[in-house]
Structures are given as structure tokens and as C-alpha cells.
Design a protein. Structure first.
Length: 157
């Protein structure tokens, strides 16, 4: 049975306001995750994440659709839906970033869900869970380090 949820969390040495910007603003997303990012950061907004070297060994352009935006707390979007088709449960995977203050830092949880409902062969679902789990294991430390640097730089401007 394929897991329907990939979930990771990490403690970041940066305030929620900084982590929020790092997770939602395209100019920051392209520093820790995708090679390029275009995101209309509002519910119903759309965007494109382009991966070349950071996550894959081949170019991938992935459309996203913003599902939820709760400033400083939750950012969710759908991806992996067929091109030209509106993202919805059953044809896309939901990616959620949840932020919570913890001491001087931020506890960030990322989760991907809705994988079982995808119309993919079981092997593809299983491969997705494995590869994306490994991907978050690489990208979240990048996010943590980048956000901490941003927080350290915030006072020097």
C-alpha cells in the first residue's frame, strides 16, 4: 500500500516572518528549492516551478495552483496535475507548508498528500513517495540554512 502523505518538519533559526517570505516569495524559493520560480501568491493564483539541476537530472517545468494562503501560518498549493487542466483533488498532489513560532525560531512542516487518489500506476505512486521524501530531506536543510542567513542579514540593511 502506497503512503498517501509525505511529511517532514524542521526547526529553523529564523522568525516566522522571515521563513514565510522564504517559502512564498519566488525570488527566495529559487534560492533553496527550484532553479526558477514564478508564483502569483494568492488563493487561486498560479505559477510555475522550473527544476534543472537542484531536484532532477533533467529539466522539469511544473505548474502550480495556490490553494490556501494564511499569512505567517500556512501556504498550500497543488501540483503534478496535467498541463492545461485545473488542479483539483484526484488529479494533483497538495503541498502544504505550515509554520509555527518556536522560541526564537520557526517550526516548519511540509506535507504532500493526495497521492493515492492520483491516476498513476502503483509503482509510479510508490516511486513518487520515495523520490519526493528524499527530495524534502535535501531541500529542507537548504531552506533552513538559507532562512537563517536571511534572518542574520535582516538587520544589516
Amino acid at each position: 500500500m502506497v503512503d498517501d502523505r509525505i511529511e517532514r518538519e524542521i526547526l529553523i533559526d529564523a522568525p516566522v516572518e522571515v521563513v514565510w517570505e522564504v517559502v512564498t516569495r519566488p525570488e527566495h524559493v529559487s534560492k533553496w528549492w527550484s532553479d526558477q520560480a514564478e508564483i502569483d501568491v494568492r488563493p487561486g493564483g498560479v505559477g510555475v516551478l522550473t527544476f534543472t539541476l537542484r531536484a532532477t537530472h533533467q529539466r522539469a517545468t511544473v505548474p502550480i495552483a495556490v490553494e490556501a494562503l494564511e499569512p505567517l501560518h500556512r501556504f498550500a498549493f497543488r501540483w503534478m496535475h496535467p498541463a492545461g487542466v485545473e488542479a483539483r483533488p484526484g488529479n494533483s498532489v497538495l503541498v502544504e507548508f505550515t509554520l509555527a513560532p518556536e522560541g526564537e525560531g520557526t517550526r516548519l512542516r511540509v506535507a504532500e498528500s493526495g497521492i493515492v487518489a492520483m491516476e498513476w500506476p502503483e509503482e509510479e505512486k510508490s516511486s513518487y513517495v520515495d523520490s519526493h521524501g528524499q527530495g524534502w530531506d535535501r531541500h529542507l536543510p537548504n531552506l533552513r540554512d538559507y532562512a537563517a542567513r536571511q534572518a542574520g542579514n535582516a538587520g544589516s540593511h
